[in-house]
Design a protein around this ligand. Structure first.
Ligand code: PLP
Length: 389
């Protein structure tokens, strides 16, 4: 397909039919895995496109070009993990700069901001990113970047992306958005004016709990050059085998997101009707405070939800009793994953900070996979019956 014809098709189709769907050298209907670390040069004055594989590798290039297109960007960069993508993006900041960052940011990003950036003279302020006035007040003359995550983890708070972008533009700061929970299937932040979109491709993009990877995507060519330079300088690139796994995961990403989101909606609604459940956090529910904002900026609420049981004991009984979901950290896989934020993603946070953010000892997070929704409901139903009253 030519680029023009590609643009007439939806993302669902373009994830399968893109510029790298057929290997030009062999006709193979799969991107070739190229493990070489170095590339032969024809002569002193005749260097080829690739020289050393940290700087560029054909398998990685196929992933980066394909993903950039899916996010409606001009360039994407693949990293050895989501944290490598995020920390490399933060390297655009210099000593003396200030970062405004969402208070319920991913734990690894929290750690990098508070324990690494601070040692390099980069200041930060945590804000409730759903509150535009609070963000406005946090901006200082040296603020150079605003980091968003929406929906946020684990209480699924929704950031009004367009409003934060216009605030950032008025103040000359870059915007970064962690789009891990949504993927370009459900949310395309570059179209809303965000400068850099980052992903943990370990989650819904890879989709099968079998690869750790990260991606950063931009539209602006100057930003693309800066990120490429940092990717090569920092060196946290994604290896060719893992690039291939991510490319393969992308082929089913649309179908997986659609099916998992549909089940998540069904399960969220069911959970709201259960007497054992005190609260459900899911942006697809009309009474979720971010429902309307999410509707205005995303194509769906996603496949992750959280719910609160009365206490830790009830959580323990349910975790022991469920048979289908994997009890683990992480999310975004074909199998449903049940996590306990208080002891997993937010274990490092003091208890009072946690409860301020709604991360109580009764809170469970569910990343809905591809099982039949009714089976998951049956499973939770029998598990809830084990709670002693
Ligand atoms: C998992 C995750 C990350 C970190 O990604 P890794 O691939 O584990 O390094 C960053 N942001 C969010 C929202 C995540 O869920």
């Amino acid at each position: 397909m030519t680029r023009d014809s590609e643009e007439q098709f939806s993302l669902q189709t373009r994830l399968l039919h893109h510029q790298h769907k057929i290997d030009k050298a062999s006709g193979a209907v799969s991107v070739a895995i190229q493990p070489a670390s170095t590339f032969h040069q024809e002569g002193l004055d005749d260097f080829g496109e690739f020289d050393y594989a940290r700087s560029g590798n054909p398998t990685r290039q196929a992933l980066e070009e394909t993903f950039a297109e899916m996010e409606n960007g001009t360039a994407a960069y693949a990293f050895s993990s989501g944290m490598a993508a995020i920390s490399t993006t933060f390297m655009m900041l210099s000593a003396g700069d200030h970062l405004v960052i969402t208070e319920d940011v991913y734990g690894g990003t929290f750690r990098f901001t508070t324990e690494v950036l601070t040692r390099h003279g980069i200041e930060h302020t945590f804000v409730d990113m759903t509150n535009v006035d609070e963000v406005k007040k946090a901006i200082q003359p040296n603020t150079k970047m605003i980091h968003m995550e929406t929906p946020s983890n684990p209480t699924m708070k929704i950031t009004p992306i367009r409003e934060i972008v216009s605030l950032a533009r008025e103040n000359g700061c870059l915007t970064v958005l962690d789009n891990t929970f949504m993927t370009p299937v459900l949310q395309r932040p570059l179209d809303l004016g965000v400068d850099v979109v980052v992903h943990s491709a370990t989650k819904f993009i890879g989709g099968h709990s079998d690869v750790v990877a990260g991606l950063a995507v931009v539209k602006d060519t100057d930003l693309a050059n800066r990120l490429k330079f940092l990717q090569n300088s920092f060196g946290a690139i994604l290896g060719p085998n893992d690039c291939w796994l991510i490319l393969r995961g992308m082929k089913t990403m649309h179908t997986r997101m659609e099916a998992s989101s549909k089940s998540a909606m069904q399960i969220a609604k069911w959970l709201t009707e259960q007497p054992e459940v005190e609260r459900v956090y899911y942006p697809g529910l009309e009474d979720h405070p971010g429902y309307a904002v999410n509707e205005s900026q995303a194509d769906g609420p996603g496949a992750v939800l959280s719910f609160e049981l009365t206490n830790r004991e009830a959580v323990k009984q349910v975790v022991d009793a469920v048979e289908i979901p994997v009890f683990a950290v992480s999310l975004g896989a074909v199998e449903s994953i049940l996590s306990y934020p208080a002891k997993m993603s937010h274990a490092a946070m003091p208890a009072d900070e946690r409860s301020k953010r709604g991360i109580t000892d009764g809170l469970l997070r569910l990343s809905v996979g591809l099982e039949k929704a009714e089976d998951l409901i049956t499973d939770f139903k029998q598990a809830f019956e084990k709670i002693t009253r």
